[in-house]
Design a protein around this ligand. Structure first.
Ligand SMILES: [Zn+2]
Length: 271
């Protein structure tokens, strides 16, 4: 597998990589972008989904529209037993129902014998949906929670968004990855993301737009967060379906952090 380039201690690979080899060989925490479109998927382009791995252990963060199909380019669905959902908007959770059903069928076929554990904000309807399917389990979290999932320590920050939504910090082997899910900009995000080895931040809007009503950030906000948190590597995600996406990067970099690029389906970042 060929590293495309290395910056700030973070290796970036192209997406033509045999995922089995990565899972067996990887000693470092790594993140694979499964999807990054905001609101709804593009043709062959899923919404929010990130595969976090360390020494063969896998955690999926968000399971938005299109994620379940794309995910299978990198890993067998039966090799993931833990899924965190940041909130219950379709672009972040709509594929979880299909994932639960796949676990039911694959358990009956003898292909897997572990539960699929789904974590999300407390929600009676979601809990019922998960627990109605055999071989699945639901646990809720909030801003006070610390979840230990395999090698990963997960902590949470409450976002500003029309429904209960959380950003997540995942720490492992003295490395940290922060995922800022849908939110308005708030200064508390800066301390939450401080010195992250990898910051993946929502960037739904172009500079000059107003995200306060919809609960989203502009590229200027994402740039301020990237610069002031001193994150070592930054990916812009939850991207809009209009305009020139490169303008988002140009705008964000103006705030002072040069290590910013667009998230892309298949991109692998090794921390
Ligand atoms: Zn969203």
């Amino acid at each position: 597998m060929k590293a495309l380039y290395k910056e700030a201690g973070v290796l970036i690979y192209d997406n033509i990589v045999e995922s089995w080899l990565i899972r067996k060989e990887a000693k470092r925490m790594q993140c694979r972008v499964i999807g990054m479109w905001g609101g709804f998927p593009k043709k062959n382009g899923p919404c929010s989904g990130y595969l976090i791995q360390h020494e063969g252990f896998s955690l999926l963060v968000d399971c938005g529209s299109g994620v379940l199909s794309e995910l299978q380019n990198y890993i067998d669905l039966n090799d993931i037993n833990h899924v965190i959902l940041t909130h219950y908007h379709y672009d972040h959770f709509s594929d979880i129902g299909a994932y639960l059903f796949s676990r039911l069928v694959n358990t009956q076929l003898g292909r897997v014998d572990e539960e699929l554990c789904v974590y999300g904000p407390a929600d009676e309807a979601m809990q019922k949906q998960v627990e109605a399917i055999a071989h699945s389990r639901f646990d809720s979290f909030n801003e006070k929670s610390k979840l230990e999932i395999g090698p990963f320590s997960c902590t949470f920050m409450r976002n500003i968004h029309p429904v209960e939504t959380y950003s997540i910090k995942i720490e492992c082997d003295n490395k940290s990855m922060v995922f800022i899910s849908d939110t308005c900009f708030t200064p508390e995000l800066i301390s939450f993301a401080a010195n992250a080895d990898l910051l993946i931040t929502e960037c739904s809007l172009y500079e000059g737009m107003n995200g306060e009503g919809s609960g989203h950030m502009t590229s200027e906000h994402a740039g301020i967060l990237a610069a002031q948190s001193k994150a070592k590597k930054v990916l812009l995600t939850h991207l809009p379906h209009y305009g020139d996406l490169n303008d988002l990067v140009v705008s964000a970099k103006k705030q002072g952090n040069p290590n910013i690029e667009l998230a892309k389906t298949g991109m692998l970042v090794e921390l």
